[in-house]
Ligand binder design. Structure first.
Ligand code: AMP
Ligand code: ZN
Length: 116
């Protein structure tokens, strides 16, 4: 999608700090980290958010979680990590391209007001 921030990052038109890439998935450091480890995992294909997952494109979610597990193992996130996807206005989604936040490096609380 031509006017999408994360499509532009995937295409290399906007710089990012890459942490992982394969044929289907791209991952990079969040520009405003809220935890010591804060990466974003995105499909290379444009999907606007979790509400747009369907039987036709759901395979990408498994590929993204496989990539997350690989990076977590490589970075020795042995004491745990959190994966979050925000969908829509109430959840605070600011970029309408499906992305999963990988958060780690601190003990996290649990509340809907403050995810970390
Ligand atoms: P969300 O609010 O769940 O839609 O997450 C969007 C995330 O993208 C936020 O955590 C932002 O800090 C992050 N972000 C926005 N622009 C960039 C960028 N150019 N490079 C890396 N991360 C970004
Ligand atoms: Zn996009």
């Amino acid at each position: 999608m031509s006017d999408c921030l994360f499509c532009k990052i995937v295409a290399g038109e906007i710089p990012s700090a890459k942490v992982y890439e394969d044929e289907f998935v791209y991952a990079f450091k969040d520009i405003s980290p809220i935890a010591p480890v804060h990466y974003l995992f995105v499909p290379k294909q444009h999907i606007s958010g979790a509400s747009e997952i369907s039987p036709e494109n759901a395979e990408i979610v498994g590929k993204i979680f496989t990539a997350i597990a690989k990076v977590a193992a490589e970075e020795h996130l042995d004491s745990g990590f959190r994966v979050v996807t925000n969908c829509g206005e109430d959840a605070g989604q600011t970029v309408p391209h499906l992305h999963f936040h990988l958060l780690a490096g601190k003990t996290m609380g649990w509340s809907v007001e403050q995810g970390v």
